[in-house]
Design a binder for this molecule. Structure first.
Ligand code: ATP
Ligand code: MG
Length: 447
């Protein structure tokens, strides 16, 4: 069953039960009060008649005397001790009352009987009759008027109950719609997303800020995040495959040339092998970088330990100078020891040094200092630099200011970001077009 119907069914059902209980309670307690007061009246009437009889002198025949007391809506009857009736008088010819069974009772009695579908109050009192024997004086009165009134009350209560159910039904319908409409639109949007594979947001009123609005808000935020992740991933995959396509095409074309003419043309053979080798090396570098980027950072096996910074940087720059024949100056403001993964920090420094080397021609400068509880390593070059807009994008995967440069893939800095995150370091770049670039790396000091 749908949620809206459930809400409506339960609230309406509960209210109807409550209404029936209240109406029933009113009806039964009221009818009890009314019938009891009727019975009381009949008893008082009976007592009045019996007192009247007792006060009368015995000259007047008792039956004649009784005639004066007969109620218009009932019957007076005297039952003798042997069970026979001496007198039976009715007010308006209610012969059905005379035909009723009767019996002698010595004690006082008051009750309500239903005769021919109509309630009657019945009171019997002992009385001294005629020759001094004890008889039972019995007064019966029809309660037809009371019954009619109670019938009217019942009809009124039923009508009121039915009338109350109508607005109740409408209001619960409204309530259930209030709750289920946003849920329904949520489900619809989800279905649309599933069917179309596109990211959509749920329109929110944004006024009430109730739980349903919050749910839609959360859903929308989740969708935005999913969409961003999805697009980034898509971009990454398309970039990666694009980057692999060029070297693969070069390798393929050189290989087919080799197949056709490689054996006869020595020069072509050398050129092809050189090109294939170069491309293969680049591709290996690219796949290594991609694999590292794709790997979840928490799965990088970190080996964090205390590292004295100066000898570490000295050894890096020495091997760098040998590999690229570029001078590296080291400036030390304060000698510090850092708490880090040596291998990862080395990779990080190489990425920045490699950039400084590629995008400048003069010697590089590495400076070491302390900043609060971090060590500050700066790698500066006086190369081509970048403008603000370019600087903003350099940490994106595959971003390169000048696409025509064939060296590299634009992955270095995004890898540097990931490496820094892994070892708890911070990296930033400052650059001026035509003047040069300074990379700053902040690494936690050892305690
Ligand atoms: P890869 O590092 O993957 O071999 P890459 O060096 O082009 O290739 P990144 O290191 O991510 O990629 O750098 C992105 C871009 O930022 C570079 O292509 C370059 O245009 C610019 N850049 C980075 N460092 C410098 C620098 N020191 N001077 C001038 N431009 C720089
Ligand atoms: Mg680089």
């Amino acid at each position: 069953m749908k949620l809206g119907n459930k809400i409506q069914l339960y609230t309406t059902g509960l209210f109807i039960i409550l209404l029936l209980l209240i109406a029933g309670g009113i009806y039964f307690s009221f009818s009890k009060i009314v019938y009891n007061s009727d019975l009381d009246q009949t008893r008082q009437e009976a007592e009045r008649i019996v007192t009247g009889i007792n006060e009368q002198s015995s000259e007047v025949p008792s039956a004649d005397l009784l005639r004066a007391y007969v109620p218009a809506n009932g019957m007076i009857r005297i039952v003798l001790e042997d069970g026979s009736s001496d007198v039976s008088l009715t007010g308006g010819g209610q012969s059905y009352l005379i035909q009723q069974d009767y019996q002698f009772t010595r004690s006082e009695n008051a009750d309500i009987h239903t005769i021919e579908g109509i309630p009657h109050s019945f009171v019997s009192l002992p009385v001294v009759w005629g020759d001094g024997q004890v008889a039972s004086f019995q007064l019966t009165q029809s309660l037809r008027t009371t019954k009619t009134n109670m019938d009217i009350l019942r009809i009124v209560l039923v009508l009121v109950s039915i009338l109350a159910v109508v607005p109740l039904f409408l209001s619960t319908r409204l309530l259930s719609q209030l709750i289920t409409n946003p849920i329904r639109s949520l489900i619809q949007t989800m279905q649309q997303i599933r069917e179309s594979g596109q990211f959509k947001q749920i329109p929110t009123q944004g006024k009430s800020k109730d739980e349903l609005d919050q749910m839609a808000d959360t859903f929308n935020k989740m969708i935005i995040q999913l969409q961003a992740n999805y697009e980034a991933q898509e971009q990454f995959v398309s970039n990666a495959s694009h980057e692999l396509k060029t070297p693969l095409t070069i390798i393929e074309s050189y290989a087919s040339m080799l197949k056709r003419r490689g054996m006869v043309e020595k020069e072509l053979f050398d050129e092809s092998v050189e090109a294939i080798h170069g491309e293969a090396k680049q591709m290996r570098n690219l796949t290594q970088q991609l694999l590292l980027l794709a790997k979840q950072e928490e799965h990088w096996d970190l080996d964090i330990r205390e590292v004295p910074l100066l000898p570490f940087i000295q050894s890096i720059s020495t091997s760098f100078e040998n590999a690229y024949q570029r001078k590296v100056y080291i400036q030390v403001e304060e000698e510090v020891r850092v708490q880090t993964d040596e291998q990862k920090l080395k990779q990080l420094l190489y990425i920045f040094m490699d950039n400084a080397r590629k995008y400048s021609t003069d010697p590089l400068v590495i400076s070491v200092d302390r900043k609060g509880n971090q060590s500050k390593i700066e790698i500066s070059d006086e190369g081509i630099g970048m403008n603000e807009d370019q600087l903003e994008r350099v940490f994106e995967r595959f971003y390169q200011v000048d696409q025509s440069r064939t060296e590299g893939y634009g992955l270095g800095l995004s890898l540097a970001k990931a490496l820094a995150r892994a070892i708890g370091a911070e990296v930033s770049l400052v650059s001026q077009e035509g003047k040069g670039t300074t990379a700053t790396i902040l690494v936690p000091l050892s305690q």
